[in-house]
Design a protein around this ligand. Structure first.
Ligand SMILES: NC(=O)c1ccc[n+]([C@@H]2O[C@H](COP(=O)([O-])OP(=O)(O)OC[C@H]3O[C@@H](n4cnc5c(N)ncnc54)[C@H](O)[C@@H]3O)[C@@H](O)[C@H]2O)c1
Length: 269
């Protein structure tokens, strides 16, 4: 690869705060970001798991990865957490608002009807998916303003852009909740608001909206799902990691306020 193209994706020494950092997709993102030299701060609920993933990254890539237990919906924990990151690195280059509340749609062994959707599930989704992104963006944005640069990437979903198609779930036991759809939609205009708020400050804010990732979902869900995509498949974690790398690196240095759909064409027809 040419030096020029390499330089677009080079994240050497950059500090990337990744919330929900020990989740399924984030672990994959953390590896890819480490491959291009980033120091990844893995933020999640259990310190021991954060530490274990950070230690693996340090050992495998020689970076300065860090594990940080922080409930992103708790203002005091977020304030203290970002102070620790700042103390340790003296900069925050990227924040990825990736954490999401458990998208619980099954309760007492039954799919939850909208009419009975428990208030606590609704509140939990709002607290993590929206308030968490809000608090972390305050924590990171303060430092980014100070240092005069930064990138915030919010993780949305196809279900933040179009309605969850109830027909593909049937009695598969899988579904997606009203709270998830509502918060993932909210994160889109949160993205545009912040991009506009920090205009002229060299802080870019974008959103990545993935479609469903293959995770050994059985039939008939798999056929129902893939039939709705133009590429006739579910996502591979690399399909999302490559888009994420584009949006957090200099490859996208003239992109802000945007929402990138990575959904196999799901929302294009
Ligand atoms: N997996 C998919 O098919 C898919 C599709 C579209 C969008 N997404 C989005 O991608 C992101 C990652 O998805 P995933 O499948 O890896 O999810 P995941 O459930 O594996 O990971 C989410 C992580 O967030 C953490 N978390 C939850 N509440 C938290 C809190 N209060 N503070 C800190 N951390 C908290 C969890 O502990 C978990 O590690 C989510 O935003 C999700 O909505 C996923």
């Amino acid at each position: 690869m040419s030096e020029r193209v390499n330089s677009w994706y080079d994240m050497n020494g950059r500090v990337v705060v990744l919330t929900g950092g020990t989740g399924r997709l984030a672990r994959h993102y953390a590896v890819v970001l480490s491959e291009v030299g980033a120091n990844v701060v893995l933020v999640d609920l259990v310190q021991a798991t954060c530490d274990a993933v950070a230690a693996e990254l340090r050992q495998q890539f020689g970076t300065e990865a860090m594990g940080l237990q922080m409930d992103i919906s708790n203002k005091d924990e977020v304030t203290a957490g970002f102070a620790r990151i700042w103390d340790r690195y003296g900069r925050i280059d990227v924040l990825v608002n990736n954490a999401a509340a458990n998208q619980l749609t099954v309760f007492d062994g039954k799919l939850v009807d909208f009419e009975d959707f428990p208030l606590e599930f609704w509140q939990d989704n709002l607290d993590v998916n929206l308030t968490g992104a809000f608090l972390c963006s305050q924590g990171a944005g303060k430092r980014m303003s100070e240092q005069g640069s930064g990138v915030i990437l919010n993780i949305g979903s196809v279900y933040g852009v179009v309605a969850c198609d109830q027909r593909i779930y049937g009695d598969t036991g899988i579904n997606s909740s009203v709270a998830y759809a509502t918060t993932k939609s909210g994160i889109l205009n949160f993205t545009r608001y912040l991009a506009s708020y920090w205009q002229g400050k060299n802080i870019r804010v974008n959103c990545l909206s993935p479609g469903g990732v293959f995770n050994n979902q059985g039939e008939p869900f798999l056929s129902n799902y893939t039939g709705k995509t133009m590429l006739k498949s579910m996502a591979d974690p690399d399909d999302l990691a490559s888009a994420l790398l584009y949006l957090v690196s200099d490859a996208s240095k003239w992109v802000t306020g945007a929402n990138l759909m990575v959904d196999g064409g799901w929302t294009a027809w």
